[in-house]
Design a protein around this ligand. Structure first.
Ligand SMILES: [Zn+2]
Ligand SMILES: [Zn+2]
Length: 342
């Protein structure tokens, strides 16, 4: 039996090919993939920046939803027909990091959809330990947001955001917006800093207070918002030096700064502010099982305006086009690919 799969084949190109189905091995489940989201990581792959990891014959895609089609031997915790999402991380279980309980940042971590084949295929075999059941009432379409939402949940949990705190998010792209939604749901007062006008409009439409550091003296303006106290929690999602300068400048005494963006070069950080205000800096990378559960609960409770976040919906043969549009249009938040069964 064969099915459709979209392969990244290098040089900004994807091709739809027929693949032969294989039975799930012991400890694996086979999923009929319904939807798969595309994100900044997929754009990096599309532009060839990650060819060393992907090669030029790779099925990518890691933000999916689907239905269990088959169980491999020794899988007892799931049933055929259940709607599920996959947490696309494979850890070794043996390294010091795994042994200390931080499997999500295992020293030998494999990311499914980069290091191994991902979800842009109709049938997908994955280890059962990566699978989470979608709660009743959450559609397969909306559940495809679980992965990026789990990123935001992990960031907000790492930063220990609590009710009533003033939170600044530097960078109003898709991840910044999702962090804003999760932080807002934790009861924080959220402000998003962004310089792109189109993205500012979207953030406003989603109900966020925004500041544009290009137009105002942001540090004095934010101090106005917080009555000269400064921001309690800052998420650095911009990945640029200006964001790094801003994060220490607007920080309140004992503020927590959470590093979300991946900086291509070593930025210059104002360490004096860490001493002066007793600041704390936290790293945040991918997600843990608890973040997936939190993300699925937020979707189930209707706390996330999924329809407003999904700005493009395409078919499996359109992956190349969809990534092109996503690269060039800053107003797009989330593109979903309809893969198969739904
Ligand atoms: Zn992603
Ligand atoms: Zn490990």
């Amino acid at each position: 039996m064969t099915f459709d799969a979209s392969y990244y084949c290098g040089n900004k190109a994807f091709t739809l090919k027929q693949k032969t189905a294989s039975m799930p091995s012991a400890g694996e489940v086979q999923i009929d993939v319904a939807y798969c989201g595309l994100c900044g990581t997929d754009i990096h792959i599309f532009h060839g920046h990650m060819d060393k990891r992907t090669g030029d014959h790779r099925i990518i895609g890691h933000e999916m939803s689907g239905v269990i089609a088959r169980l491999g031997p020794e899988v007892e915790e799931f049933e055929v027909g259940q709607n599920v999402v996959v947490r696309p991380l494979i850890h070794c279980g043996n390294c010091p990091t795994c042994r200390r309980g931080y499997e999500h940042i295992c020293q030998n971590l494999k990311f499914i959809g980069i290091d191994t084949d991902g979800a842009l295929q109709e049938k997908w075999n994955v280890p059962a330990h990566t699978v989470h059941i979608i709660p009743d009432g959450v559609s397969l379409k909306h559940a495809a947001l679980a992965e990026p939402l789990a990123v935001a949940c992990h960031d907000v949990r790492r930063a220990r955001v609590t009710k009533g705190e003033d939170v600044l998010i530097i960078g109003g792209g898709p991840i910044g917006i999702l962090i804003g939604m999760v932080a807002r749901n934790s009861g924080a007062h959220v402000v998003i800093s962004e310089i792109n006008e189109a993205r500012i409009e979207i953030a406003k439409k989603l109900g966020f207070k925004t500041v544009n550091p290009k137009e105002i003296d942001i540090s004095s303006d934010l101090r106005g918002i917080t009555e000269t106290k400064g921001m309690d929690v800052i998420f650095e999602v911009s990945g640029v030096q200006a964001g790094i300068d801003l994060m220490t400048e607007v920080a309140a005494t004992r503020a927590r700064i959470c590093m979300v963006a991946i900086h291509a070069t070593k930025p210059e950080v104002d360490l004096f502010q860490f001493f002066w205000k007793e600041l704390e800096m936290l790293g945040a990378r991918v997600y843990e099982a608890a973040d997936y559960e939190m993300a699925l609960n937020l979707l189930s409770d209707g706390k996330i305006p999924a329809e407003m976040i999904i700005t493009d919906l395409r078919d499996l043969e359109e992956v190349e086009d969809a990534l092109g549009s996503l690269t060039s249009d800053p107003t797009m938040l989330k593109t979903l690919i309809r893969v198969g069964h739904h």
